[in-house]
Design a protein around this ligand. Structure first.
Ligand SMILES: [Zn+2]
Ligand SMILES: [Zn+2]
Length: 152
């Protein structure tokens, strides 16, 4: 997807969902790592991580755009545009936007393997395993103490 297409999309979402025009620029920024998008307070531009679309598709991209547009419109109108502001939270809700800019870790959770953390009750050594251990059967490899599941 090109920056032009992205701009069209952002303008469209702004009109459809917020009933307002987006009068600045949106563009892809490949240097964003963990965040899906970013609203620039100084320039009013919106930056989008290209991986959002490449990896998670259109639905996710629109989610990120809606989130950034919440920042944008509130900021432009001099309202509370920060994550903890009431205005912001209410606009997120009424537009059904995702709560965080950093959408990249969210869909990942479904795919990412769970890690079970165990700790020896005696010597406190920590074990990380991809599978659940039967703590009745398995003991600490160092001191043979009992293992306790610490997380999740
Ligand atoms: Zn945000
Ligand atoms: Zn031990």
């Amino acid at each position: 997807m090109t920056d032009d297409k992205l701009n069209e999309l952002v303008s469209g979402v702004s009109k459809d969902v917020f009933g307002k025009d987006f009068q600045h620029q949106a563009y892809f920024n490949g240097r964003l790592r963990t965040t899906g998008g970013r609203y620039m307070l100084r320039t009013h531009h919106i930056e989008i991580n290209p991986l959002v679309y490449e990896k998670y598709g259109m639905e996710e991209l629109i989610g990120v755009i809606k989130h950034e547009l919440c920042h944008y419109h509130l900021h432009m109108e001099g309202k509370g545009y920060k994550h903890r502001d009431t205005d912001f939270r209410e606009l997120l809700k009424s537009t059904d936007s995702p709560r965080f800019c950093s959408m990249l870790s969210e869909p990942n959770k479904r795919v990412r393997k769970r890690i079970y953390t165990y700790q020896c009750a005696k010597c406190l050594l920590v074990y990380k395993r991809k599978i659940r251990l039967n703590t009745k059967k398995y003991r600490c490899g160092k001191c043979l103490g009992d293992l306790n599941l610490v997380s999740p």
